[in-house]
Design a protein around this ligand. Structure first.
Ligand code: GAR
Length: 223
């Protein structure tokens, strides 16, 4: 490799389910929009469609079923060994529904991203769409953030805002939010791959500029 050649970012994606965000990344790589290599997809649940999507794209997969481990620490240790064997520069949580130990988050600090279906810091945790409707919110959305020890609490990178419409139920709202997920996750990963996005002193910076607490905000122009 010559000194001017840039190494492609190696990405490991962690999933627990359908993998529609994973698919958006696979598609981005295929079209050349996303300058990364997805070197492995790891699931903590067997038989999820995300594993099929990875296999269809020719990406190596691993299954690490959390039910086979005595405790969270033992699972996270094995997960770290499995991830690190692929020597990734970035870990992407794409619908990975596990609470992570502080040791795990510390090990990947500044090089692990998550996507959460709410306008963080609102609605951390589960059932975010129903909770946004119940709270009478007029706007809802999705956040990509760096992962820290605090659940859904790391510095925000990018948020997409969608309207909550009068006849919405959780399913309709989830679909509207997910369309934006598939836009902003590839975008954030592209920024990271280009070296434009960094976590510095616990804060997210884009091109050397501190991002606002909500991250870079995008208002979706489709209802
Ligand atoms: C996505 O909507 C993502 O935002 C959410 O899980 C879904 C996974 O969908 N993540 C969380 O709730 C994390 N707290 P996918 O498997 O189709 O990408």
């Amino acid at each position: 490799m010559s000194t001017t050649e840039v190494k492609t970012l190696r990405v490991v994606v962690l999933i627990s389910g359908s993998g529609s965000n994973l698919q958006a990344l696979i598609d981005g790589v295929a079209t050349g929009d996303l300058p990364v290599e997805i070197v492995a997809v790891i699931s903590n649940r067997p038989d999820v469609f995300g594993l099929t999507r990875a296999a269809n794209a020719g990406i190596p997969t691993a299954l690490l079923d959390h039910k086979g481990f005595a405790n969270r620490e033992a699972f996270d240790q094995e997960l770290m060994s499995t991830i690190d064997a692929y020597d990734p520069g970035l870990i992407v949580l794409a619908g990975f529904m596990r609470i992570l130990t502080a040791e795990f988050t510390q090990h990947y600090l500044g090089r692990m991203l998550n996507i959460h279906p709410s306008l963080l810091p609102k609605f951390q945790g589960l059932h975010t769409h129903q909770r946004a409707i119940d709270a009478g919110e007029s706007q809802h959305g999705v956040t990509v953030h760096f992962v820290t020890a605090e659940l859904d609490g790391g510095p925000a990178i990018v948020q997409a805002v969608v309207p909550v419409l009068p006849n919405d139920d959780a399913g309709l709202l989830a679909k509207r939010v997910q369309r934006q997920e598939h836009v902003i996750y590839p975008l954030a990963i592209k920024w990271f791959a280009q070296g434009d996005l960094k976590m510095v002193d616990g804060k997210a910076e884009l091109k050397g500029e501190l991002l606002p607490a909500c991250g870079y905000q995008i208002k979706a122009n489709e209802p």
